[in-house]
Design a protein around this ligand. Structure first.
Ligand SMILES: *[C@@H]1O[C@H](CO)[C@@H](O)[C@H](O)[C@H]1NC(C)=O
Ligand SMILES: *[C@@H]1O[C@H](CO)[C@@H](O)[C@H](O)[C@H]1NC(C)=O
Length: 276
């Protein structure tokens, strides 16, 4: 009887840990929901964007930007993105109809003086395939919309990058060089979320590991108790206990390896902080 109860305890712990780890794997897929209000056509989550760039055909350092609440979704992988020539809007704020030719290109505009949705509509009306907004600060900002902004009419992707990234693109364009851009939004939450995720992952591993050792200890106690009453000891159950312990050890180890891999991935891909 005691053996059956013990088995169901380990089973419950195993299930708990499996669900815990699976749950947070899904959390990793989630993106930042943001604080700005949502309206029809203006309800996208905020995703980090990788901005690949080429100056006269030579690849430059990839910039990090952020998507808007509205506009078209970006591909998740670079290979599905479209490489387009970058052109400054004229006026630079993209608040009134542009006089520069934007068709088929990425329009670049500076932040301020009108809503983000207005900038996007102006760029779109001039035929731009995408809009890149240069922030006036180093941080990334949430590009939301006003109610009744008819954001659902915006069919081009809109991305915001930090000021420094904009300045480096500006230098190349001012030098008369051809700047091309490609946007994609890998499925990854913004940095603050993934730090929380890693922390939870670490705590989860520690909690699970200590539960394992508690079970292992209680099994040892039971075994010692069993030694005193040899009638209840069977070679089969002793063997079973050993097998179970091996399984638990392997599981904790793989959870730790998983965490190491995640941290490695995180440090490789970088984040908002690295861009500043
Ligand atoms: C680009 O640089 C020039 C000076 O070289 C500056 O006048 C202009 O405002 C800059 N444009 C942007 C978008 O920052
Ligand atoms: C149990 O194991 C011991 C030694 O490990 C062995 O001598 C004994 O024959 C085994 N009993 C059964 C029922 O298998």
């Amino acid at each position: 009887m005691a053996f059956a109860a013990r088995r169901s305890l380990s089973l419950r712990t195993i299930l708990f840990c499996i669900f815990f780890l699976i749950g947070f794997s899904f959390a990793e897929e989630a993106s930042h929901d943001g604080d700005s209000p949502k309206f029809p056509g203006c309800d996208h989550p905020y995703n980090l964007v990788k901005v690949k760039n080429w100056v006269n055909g030579a690849g430059g350092e990839t910039l990090t930007g952020i998507t808007a609440r509205f506009g078209a979704f970006l591909p998740k992988e670079a290979k599905n993105g479209v490489r387009l020539t970058a052109v400054f809007s004229n006026p630079l704020n993209s608040c009134s109809p542009s006089s520069s030719k934007l068709s088929g290109s990425v329009a670049i505009a500076v932040r301020g003086e009108c809503d983000f949705t207005t900038k996007a509509k102006v760029a779109q009306s001039r035929g731009a395939a995408a809009l890149l907004v240069i922030n006036d600060k180093e941080e990334l900002a949430e590009m939301g919309c006003e109610k009744d902004s008819s954001a659902q009419d915006i069919s081009i992707p809109v991305v915001l990058i930090p000021n420094s990234g904009g300045q480096s693109l500006n230098r190349s364009i001012m030098d008369g060089q051809k700047v091309e851009l490609l946007f994609y939004a890998p499925v990854r939450p913004p940095v603050d979320l993934s730090v929380i995720f890693l922390w939870m992952m670490a705590v989860g591993t520690v909690v699970c590991a200590s539960l394992w050792s508690e079970i292992a200890a209680s099994e040892e106690n039971e075994e010692r108790y069993n030694e005193l009453s040899p009638k209840e000891t069977s070679n089969a159950s002793a063997f079973k206990d050993d097998a179970e312990k091996d399984f638990l050890d392997i599981d904790v180890k793989s959870a730790e390896e998983n965490l190491d891999r995640m941290i490695l991935m995180e440090s490789k891909s970088g984040g908002i902080e690295n861009q500043n």
